[in-house]
Design a protein around this ligand. Structure first.
Ligand SMILES: [Zn+2]
Length: 119
């Protein structure tokens, strides 16, 4: 199966390793196409609460992803999110503050890279 990311990378002539994008070759405003978006909160962050894998204290505007490096800033329909955490699925997982877990979002939304991790 070719993922949206792989398709976007291939369209731009970028060699896609199948695991993560090489941010040295990614330009700002690279169009990632429609990506699956989910949410997570302190309750369902597998016992970690506000702690992220990068050490950043999680708050709204932060996101987890296993194919975009920590430090990448993305745009989802006009809102900006920074990747600071890793994710157990292929989705981009947005951190939300809720009273009890209400993490039922699972939708495809258009995503652009605003800033690569090394830019
Ligand atoms: Zn939750």
């Amino acid at each position: 199966m070719v993922t949206h990311v792989a398709a976007a990378a291939l369209a731009l002539g970028i060699a896609f390793s199948g695991s993560a994008l090489d941010m040295d070759t990614v330009t700002p405003f690279m169009d990632l196409g429609e990506c699956r978006i989910t949410t997570y909160c302190p309750s369902c962050n597998t016992g970690a609460g506000h702690e992220s894998s990068s050490g950043v204290w999680l708050e709204y505007g932060h996101a987890a992803c296993n194919w975009l490096p920590v430090g990448t800033v993305i745009d989802i329909e006009g809102e900006r999110f920074e990747i600071v955490d890793t994710c157990g699925t292929d989705a981009i997982d947005l951190f939300v503050e809720t009273d009890g877990c209400q993490c039922d979002l699972n939708e495809y939304r258009h995503v652009y890279i605003v800033k690569g991790a090394k830019q």
